[in-house]
Design a binder for this molecule. Structure first.
Ligand code: SF4
Length: 378
């Protein structure tokens, strides 16, 4: 099997937030400064331990949690280490996730100075009632000011995350938010539906009948209205939930979606290389212990068989509107996907998959039921 063995992408996880959003089930916590200091110290140690794997890094993504919520001193220490260990001349995309209320002139300046060239901002909504419902601490003025400060520091490649199907939602709210942000120069949107996860505040509120959710049909109609509107505005719909202006597709996320190797650093960070999926332990003390012993502790380490790799290739890459290149698949695995997965022909007959110009893809009008198509590959 021919596989590009190089690790081209690096993900770094910062699990700290200043407050907890009602819908969030990510690995995150509110922590004191001392806890954060120690974590950053160990993140740096893990980066140094994995130094040999950093030679071919082309994209870096610092996510969380909220990376912008840590102190400038800690952030600077981390960014300086990255600068020392990775040749940033070869890095084509360097993203950090931020919350709008954290952006100050000093922070924007630091990000720019350290070579960061893409920002992913958690906006979710510009509606005050919805923001309160989600327990987000910004408002439209905070967002506007954050974008202005980022632009003043030459950070123009900005993604905004938007949630839909939020409390009493409708298309006009999303249209308003997208229009407003696009007018401020936003070039990329990740637009996700609100998913009710167990163990979140929102889930309990739902069980207490404090609000109702949109039904599936309403949500599907809303999704297609959003897709059509984004395309009408000149955004390229390149992944189920992602839209960009030309040349602003997320290069880092495309490495995930093309099922290529990437490295992860930090507690609970996931990564994939040598045909193995790893997730670091999600307990800080155990995470530190593993690093101290030069023997990382994992929450999960799963070696994939060739068949599992091929399954994942389809499950992950069919999220892309372009789909899976049959030629690239054959080159990578030395196998014909039509033989490995004989049901593909049936999916094509049923118009659940299209095959055109070398690509197998889910037609746009079936994207909303993509999960029911992807289960065939499991
Ligand atoms: S800021 Fe992000 S990671 Fe933190 S609680 Fe909110 S959604 Fe979760």
């Amino acid at each position: 099997m021919k596989m590009n063995n190089k690790i081209e992408a690096l993900y770094i996880h910062i699990p700290f937030c200043k407050n907890i959003c009602t819908y969030c089930d990510f690995y995150k916590m509110i922590a004191k400064e001392e806890v954060q200091n120690k974590y950053i110290e160990y993140l740096i140690k893990e980066l140094q331990l994995k130094n040999k794997l950093l030679k071919n890094i082309k994209t870096i993504y610092i996510g969380g949690g909220t990376p912008s919520s840590i102190s400038l001193k800690n952030l600077e220490m981390l960014l300086l280490t990255i600068k020392k260990l990775i040749d940033l001349q070869k890095v084509v995309e360097y993203t950090i996730e931020v919350n709008p209320q954290d952006i100050t002139s000093n922070l924007a300046n630091l990000l720019s100075l350290m070579g960061i060239n893409r920002i992913s901002m958690g906006v979710q909504s510009l509606d005050n009632v919805q923001l309160k419902f989600l327990n987000r601490k910004h408002n439209i003025a905070t967002v506007t000011n954050a974008i202005k400060l980022l632009h003043e520091n030459n950070l123009f490649n900005i993604n905004c995350d938007i949630l839909y199907a939020v409390y009493e939602d409708n298309f006009n709210r999303i249209k308003h938010d997208v229009d407003y942000l696009e007018n401020l120069g936003i070039v990329h949107f990740s637009i996700y539906s609100l998913i009710l996860e167990e163990k979140t505040v929102l889930y309990h509120k739902y069980l207490n009948n404090e609000f109702s959710l949109m039904n599936e049909d309403e949500e599907t109609i809303l999704y297609y209205k959003i897709v059509n509107y984004m395309k009408q505005k000149g955004f390229i719909h390149y992944e189920v939930s992602n839209f960009s202006k030309e040349n602003y597709q997320s290069k880092h996320n495309l490495i995930y979606w093309h099922n290529r190797y990437y490295l992860g650093i930090g507690a609970n960070a996931s990564y994939y290389y040598n045909n193995t999926r790893y997730t670091n332990i999600n307990n800080l003390e155990k995470y530190y212990l593993g690093i101290d012993n030069n023997n990382l502790i994992y929450k999960e380490r799963l070696i994939l068989t060739k068949y599992e790799q091929m399954q994942e290739e389809f499950i992950i890459s069919l999220r892309l509107i372009k789909g899976v290149s049959v030629k690239s698949f054959i080159k990578k695995y030395n196998e014909d996907p039509f033989i490995v997965f004989p049901f593909i022909n049936k999916l094509i007959d049923n118009k659940l998959l299209f095959y055109q110009n070398d690509y197998l893809y889910i037609p746009e009008n079936k994207l909303y039921i993509s999960n029911s198509i992807l289960v065939y590959f499991i």
